[in-house]
Design a protein around this ligand. Structure first.
Ligand code: ZN
Length: 214
C-alpha cells in the first residue's frame, strides 16, 4: 500500500478489494530501524475500515515488541517483525500469536536463513527482503533465489507449514521465477500502483505465478 495514492486511500483500498490480490501489505517504518518514516496506527485503522481482505503488516521498527497489541487493535491480521530488530524473537512470535494474529519474521538481505532454525516451526510466514528496506528504487538482490531455496529446505526438513513471502522489486518479469524457486506470497507495490491498469497488472501477476500476490 506504500505505493498507493494516500490522497484517495479509500478508493485505492476498494481497488484492491475488487482485484485478485489476496492481502493488503502495509510497510511501517520508524526512521530508526530504516531511514524512512511511513505511517502508523491511524492509517492502518483507515485501511482496515474499508479492507475486505487480511492486513499483512510488516514492521520495520526497533523494539517491535512494545507495540504488538497496538497493531492488533489497529487491525493487523498478520504481523511480521524483523529478526534484526528483535532481541527476544521467540517471545515476540508467541506474543503475536497469543494476540490472535499470524506471526511472521523478516530477514534483511544480509541475514542468513539458518538463524530461523529454532523458530521456523512456530512461524506462519517468513518474509525475505529482496531489496534493502527503507530506501526507494533499489535493485532486486539476485541472491534472493538462493535464499528461497535454502528456506524451503529448512521448512521441509522441520516439517513446518511456513509460507515464504518476497518483498521488494517484484515485477512481472521475476514473479514466475520467484514462485518456481519456492515463493508462496509476492508483495508488489510499484509494479501494481504505477501501472496504467492496476487490476489487470494484479491479474497478470496472479496468472504468471498462479499463487498469492498482495
Ligand atoms: Zn514490506
Amino acid at each position: 500500500m506504500l505505493s498507493a495514492d494516500f490522497g484517495k486511500l479509500k478508493k485505492e483500498v476498494e481497488l484492491i478489494n475488487h482485484s485478485q490480490a489476496d492481502w493488503f501489505h502495509l510497510d511501517v517504518m520508524d526512521g530508526v530501524f530504516v531511514p524512512n518514516i511511513t505511517f502508523g496506527f491511524q492509517i492502518i485503522k483507515v485501511i482496515k475500515k474499508y479492507a475486505q481482505k487480511p492486513l499483512d503488516v510488516h514492521l520495520m521498527i526497533v523494539q517491535p515488541e512494545r507495540y504488538l497489541e497496538k497493531f492488533k487493535e489497529a487491525g493487523a491480521d498478520i504481523l511480521s517483525i524483523h529478526y534484526e530488530a528483535s532481541t527476544h524473537l521467540h517471545r515476540s512470535i508467541h506474543a503475536i500469536k497469543d494476540l490472535g494474529m499470524q506471526a511472521g519474521v523478516v530477514l534483511n538481505p544480509h541475514t542468513h536463513v539458518s538463524v530461523l532454525e529454532d523458530t521456523i516451526s512456530d512461524l506462519d510466514l517468513v518474509l525475505l527482503m529482496s531489496v534493502n528496506p527503507g530506501f526507494g528504487g533499489q535493485k532486486f538482490v539476485e541472491n534472493t533465489y538462493h535464499k528461497i531455496t535454502q528456506l524451503k529446505e529448512l521448512i521441509i526438513r522441520k516439517n513446518a507449514r511456513t509460507l515464504i513471502e518476497i518483498d521488494g522489486g517484484v515485477t512481472l518479469d521475476n514473479a514466475p521465477k520467484l514462485v518456481t524457486a519456492g515463493a508462496d506470497v509476492l508483495v508488489a507495490g510499484n509494479t501494481v500502483f504505477s501501472s496504467d491498469n492496476p487490476i489487470h497488472t494484479i491479474e497478470l501477476l496472479k496468472e504468471s505465478s498462479s499463487l498469492y500476490s498482495a
